[in-house]
Structures are given as structure tokens and as C-alpha cells.
Design a binder for this molecule. Structure first.
Ligand SMILES: [Zn+2]
Length: 408
């Protein structure tokens, strides 16, 4: 073995030990140095050296004093320094840009939201993202060096290999260099990913998903997408584009075109956008008295929420829309279950927040297409509802920090 090789080897080993110690402190929140020695099998001087570095160089750990003695030397307790370091999470959606400032313990400090400005230029939307971040910093009166990173969830095909958004039907973007655009505007380390994959990551690290290793989060709102977790890890695919569940074919006979350009995609037939369009068709055909009342005779006000409201009041036509839509979703979700065999499916996004009137026909439709003989299916609402992507964006940054990886 050459001396150079030996040196690299020990550097890697030191870093691995440091990551292991930091992760233990992060998990336990408070722990004694002696207990870290017991858990890791590292020597007491090594643990002391690593802890000193984490306190003095990284600022990620702090001393919290001497604990009670059990007869021997009293333990020196240390804690994860979550309250003095901050993360900004941003959810860049078609309607709103939402920003959240939290400390590293995931205690929310401040929230801001602005209209995305859909229809305006790409550059102005990027400016709006930067403004949300600046406003959070200013409002809290926070020094930039206290913010360890910004995590951003973007609705679209995010290619995490090259930092591009290859395609986003929501924004009408193609081949946008998000990495460069944000770098010019955000004077902080940042990282971004697809918003639905971040929903899955947030569910895995902080939600009910903590209990599971294999699950799928399905996001049904303006569009449809899935965040897939296999063996405790989010699935990215070869370029980071896995999970485009909205663009699987569920009806080859339809002439309904998807925003992606194809016909018969699940998103074209079962998204919130489609429910609203079907509601407007009812209005034009002068059907659904209830929907006419709810929109006060203005079809421009018909959205998915109003269709659900009409269905809830017993309106037959509105219920037929939900039956059509949940049947397509059932075909799609059953295919996903047949393919991946998840322990549970979490349903997120605005359409999924409609309770029983949505879940009852949906579960029936899924079961009718499942191959499994017992037809058991655990399907639950996602834990964080409107905060799902923001929680995942926060988690994306924290995971980098506790693995001592640098952000972009
Ligand atoms: Zn499509």
C-alpha cells in the first residue's frame, strides 16, 4: 500500500466516523459522550475529538452540561444544535410560491407566500423565488450565515443530474437551467428536487411514513405525480425523473390530450384540472343545478373544489364525474400497486383532501383492478397535507447537513 493511499483511506475513515457520530446525536437529540463510545465502538479520545470538531468547527453540536453520576465519573452531555441553525424550504407551485424558515429541529419560525405569477416570464418567477427567501431573512432579521441551506421543491421534471427542469407542463417550461438561474439570485447554498418526490421524502423522515420502508405518495392536484420509496429510499431513476405517474396511459381510446402532448394520460383524465373541466361541461349542458348555484352562474368559478361540494350535497351529475375520475385513478394506482407492492399508499394534493367522498369510490376502483388475491390495501391521507413538499424540502437540506455533504 502506498503512503498516499493510506492517507486518503484515513481521511475517509475520519469523515465516516464523524458522520456516524453526528447522525447519532441528531437522532437522540441529547446523549452523553460515553454513550456515543458505547454505540459506535470508537475510542473515547476519538469521540472527544469528533465532538470538539462538531462543536467548534461545524457548530452543529453543543455542550449542555454534566449529567447525574451513577457512582462513577459524571457523564458529559451534548446535544444537536438545532435551535441556532436554520433552513429555508420553498415550494414552487403553479399558483403560489411558499417559503418556510425553520430551525434545524424542524420548528417553524416564519412562513411567507406570494403569487407565482404564472403566465409571466420564467425570469420573473425566478425573481419571485429569490424575493421569498430574502423576505424571510429580513423579516426574521437573520444573518445569512445562520442559514445552512435552502431546499426547493419544483413542480416539473427535475433532472437532478444536470440541474435542469427538462419539462414542466404546469409552468410551460422546457429545458430551463434552474441551477444557473437560482445561483445568480440566491446568495446561499441551495438544492432542489421534484415537489412530489419531496413529499415522499418528508413523509419518510418526519411523517407516518417513518414506520415504513416501501410506500408511494400520490399527489393529485392541478396535475398528478408519484413519489416512490423503496427500501427506505426515494427513487430518482437514471436522471432523477422517476415518478411521472400522471403520464401513464389509462385510456387508449380517448381524444383527450394531455399537456405533455400525448392522449389518454392519467393526468389528462383524472387531475383537479380535469374535474374542473368536466364541471364546466356540466354547466354548458345546463346539467347539475347544484353546481350552477355554487358558482353563482359564473362557469369561470368552477373548480374541482366546487364539483366535490356539489357531489357532497347529493348532486347526481357531480357524483358521476367523481366516479369517472376515480375509476381512472383506480386503474393507475392498481397498476402501481401490482408493480411495486408497497406497504401503504399516501394520498396527497388538493384533490385527495376531500375525505370519504373521494376515498370511498377510489378504494373500490383500485381493488377492482388489483391482482393480489387478498385485495388488502392500506391507503391513507398524506401526513402533512399542504406542508408536504415544504417538509420534504427541509428534509433534503437537513439530510445533506447531517451527512456532511455540501449543497450546490
Ligand atoms: Zn401526459
Amino acid at each position: 500500500m502506498t503512503p498516499t493511499y493510506k492517507k486518503i483511506d484515513s481521511t475517509i475513515m475520519n469523515k465516516m466516523n464523524k458522520i456516524q457520530v453526528l447522525n447519532i446525536i441528531h437522532d437522540k437529540k441529547i446523549i452523553s459522550r460515553a454513550d456515543i463510545v458505547k454505540i459506535t465502538g470508537l475510542t473515547p479520545p476519538t469521540v472527544s475529538r469528533i465532538v470538539e470538531q462538531l462543536i467548534n468547527q461545524d457548530g452543529l453540536v453543543k455542550y449542555i452540561g454534566v449529567g447525574d453520576s451513577n457512582g462513577g465519573r459524571p457523564p458529559i452531555n451534548i446535544a444537536f444544535n438545532g435551535s441556532e441553525n436554520y433552513v429555508i424550504a420553498v415550494d414552487l407551485g403553479a399558483t403560489l410560491i411558499r417559503g418556510l424558515l425553520s430551525d434545524l429541529n424542524n420548528d417553524m419560525q416564519m412562513e411567507i407566500q406570494v403569487a407565482t405569477g404564472l403566465g409571466k416570464s420564467y425570469e420573473s418567477i425566478m425573481d419571485n423565488v429569490a424575493n421569498v427567501i430574502e423576505r424571510l431573512l429580513n423579516k426574521k432579521g437573520l444573518n445569512r450565515d445562520k442559514v445552512l441551506g435552502v431546499g426547493i421543491g419544483i413542480a416539473g421534471l427535475v433532472n437532478i443530474k444536470n440541474g435542469m427542469v427538462d419539462f414542466s407542463p404546469d409552468f410551460g417550461w422546457e429545458a430551463m437551467n434552474i441551477q444557473n438561474s437560482l445561483k445568480q439570485r440566491i446568495n446561499l447554498p441551495f438544492i432542489f428536487d421534484n415537489s412530489t418526490r419531496l413529499m415522499a421524502l418528508g413523509e419518510l423522515d418526519y411523517g407516518l411514513g417513518k414506520k415504513y420502508r416501501d410506500f408511494v405518495v400520490i399527489n393529485i392536484g392541478y396535475g398528478i405525480a408519484a413519489g416512490i420509496v423503496i427500501d427506505g429510499k426515494t427513487v430518482c431513476g437514471s436522471k432523477g425523473k422517476a415518478g411521472e405517474f400522471g403520464h401513464i396511459l389509462v385510456d387508449s381510446d380517448t381524444n383527450i390530450k394531455c399537456e405533455c402532448g400525448a392522449y389518454g394520460c392519467l393526468e389528462a383524465l383524472a387531475s383537479g384540472r380535469r374535474i374542473a373541466a368536466l364541471g364546466k361541461e356540466l354547466f354548458e349542458k345546463k346539467k347539475s343545478q347544484k353546481l350552477m348555484e355554487l358558482c353563482r352562474n359564473d362557469p369561470g368559478l368552477i373548480d374541482a373544489k366546487l364539483v366535490f361540494e356539489a357531489a357532497r350535497s347529493g348532486d347526481k351529475d357531480a357524483n358521476e364525474i367523481l366516479e369517472t375520475v376515480t375509476n381512472y385513478l383506480g386503474i393507475g394506482i392498481a397498476s402501481l400497486v401490482n408493480l411495486l407492492d408497497p406497504e401503504v399508499i399516501f394520498m396527497g394534493g388538493g384533490v385527495s383532501s376531500n375525505g370519504e367522498i373521494f376515498f370511498k369510490p377510489l378504494i373500490k376502483a383500485i381493488k377492482s383492478h388489483l391482482i393480489s388475491r387478498d385485495k388488502k390495501l392500506d391507503i391513507k391521507p398524506a401526513t402533512f397535507a399542504d406542508y408536504a413538499t415544504l417538509t420534504g424540502a427541509f428534509s433534503l437540506v437537513v439530510n445533506k447537513i447531517i451527512r456532511l455533504e455540501s449543497l450546490r
